[in-house]
Design a protein. Structure first.
Length: 421
């Protein structure tokens, strides 16, 4: 390895940051360097990052390892104690070019010894996204960070302490970024953030996510597809709903942060919706955009969860007609209120997570079966793959140019993805 490499874990925001971090590290002159952009959502994500660090250092003992991301922000000391780590960089610091310049100029960087720690108070960060990338070398679709941080304090979530408070990118900067990405050849752009539906609350005039989407589509008519990452149902604004109903280029797929299907568990999670409100929102989406396809995050084994309460989560996935289900076994994060609540036995959490994943697999198969015979517009990706406008994965029957859009007939499915004719 000569040029720096980046290994990102977790969310789309980390994926977005990968190219920008690689560019800043390279411009600073860092060589033979691995930047590990960590996730703190679960203990398993942290374990995987630590494992990857050790594996990389074994493969190349002279490698300089820089650890950043949410796990580095929330527990820098744990990574600084790792003999394999040369530096630990916080989420606020990683977006500053001077951080990378200082690391490159350190005479002992990458050598054995005490790790450099550059982690500040993330709650003091007010700026937004100086690290926007103009092209995503490893992705067909492009991601645009429009918001970062979160003002909510769900009892299970460590992410606000890794990302800080909510802050938004001004609309003009977002539109300009989308235009640059389209000019660079991207047919699809994904708007992403930590708490996407809180977009704009901190900006002058408090523009909403819906207004942002409308503005992008109006001012960048060359953009073929605009997609949203995960949203909070309760915070979806009126203009966003109208845009979903009226704008064909806003993709008919949404991923919802639902988390549970029992009202008491939702209350203990400090979520801001009830089961009935979640189902009402899903019904409204289907009325506004017939054929919309939905996914959701759901947690198995939250503290105090009974079998009946877990079954309520299973039945919510069924009643909501989800096509894509991200099942998370509950993982206590140190410092969060949920970590201090009475815990469900680990074996029971694992068993419930398996059942939730099985429900997700069944719902996906049903969705795939319902798509057979339909004509869908597919964005072509590498390796003979692609995604429809509903974000359903597709295996292509023939080679097509990467990044192009094609109307194809769905001939069948293999249980996990569609097969194009």
């Amino acid at each position: 390895m000569t040029a720096p490499e980046v290994l990102s874990f977790g969310c789309r925001l980390n994926a977005l940051e990968g190219d920008a971090l690689r560019a800043m590290a390279a411009e600073a002159g860092l060589k033979r360097t691995l930047v590990v952009n960590t996730c703190a959502v679960t203990a398993e994500a942290v374990r995987q990052a630590r494992q990857a660090i050790r594996r990389a250092k074994r493969a190349d003992p002279d490698l300089g390892v820089i650890v950043t991301g949410c796990a580095a922000q929330t527990d820098p000391e744990a990574f600084a104690r790792m003999a394999e780590v040369a530096a630990v960089v916080g989420n606020g610091e990683k977006v500053r070019r001077q951080t990378w310049d200082a690391l490159a100029q350190a005479p002992d960087f990458g050598l054995a010894g005490e790790a450099q720690v550059r982690v500040g108070d993330i709650m003091a960060v007010r700026e937004t996204s100086p690290h926007l990338a103009d092209r995503f070398s490893a992705h067909t679709r492009a991601f645009v960070e429009v918001q970062n941080g979160c003002d909510h304090r769900c009892t299970f979530c460590i992410i606000p302490y890794g990302r800080g408070n909510s802050r938004s990118v001004p609309m003009g900067a977002v539109v300009a970024q989308v235009r640059r990405l389209v000019e660079a050849g991207h047919a699809e752009v994904v708007l992403t953030g930590v708490d996407l539906t809180s977009y704009g609350a901190d900006l002058p005039g408090a523009p909403t996510l819906g207004r942002l989407a409308r503005t992008i589509l109006r001012q960048v008519p060359e953009l073929s597809r605009l997609r949203l990452s995960s949203i909070d149902a309760l915070e979806a604004d009126r203009e966003l709903k109208a845009a979903l109903a009226e704008e064909a280029r806003l993709m008919p797929h949404l991923h919802l942060s639902l988390q549970a299907g029992d009202d008491l568990i939702l209350k203990r999670m400090r979520r801001r919706h009830s089961r009935a409100e979640a189902l009402a929102f899903v019904a409204e989406l289907r009325r506004l955009r017939p054929g919309v396809v939905l996914g959701a995050d759901l947690i198995a084994g939250f503290p105090t969860e009974t079998e009946a309460q877990f079954r309520a989560t299973l039945s919510l996935a069924e009643e909501a007609g989800l096509a894509f289900l991200h099942a998370f076994p509950f993982s206590p994060r140190p410092g969060t209120p949920a970590a201090r609540m009475p815990q469900v036995a680990p074996a029971e959490i694992a068993q419930r997570a398996r059942r939730l994943r099985a429900k997700g697999a069944d719902l996906l198969r049903r969705h795939l079966s319902a798509e057979v015979g339909a004509r869908r517009t597919v964005l072509v990706e590498a390796g003979g793959r692609g995604h429809t406008e509903h974000f359903t994965p597709v295996r292509l029957a023939r080679e097509l140019p990467r990044g192009s859009l094609h109307a194809l007939r769905v001939a069948g499915h293999d249980g996990t993805r569609l097969i194009a004719a």
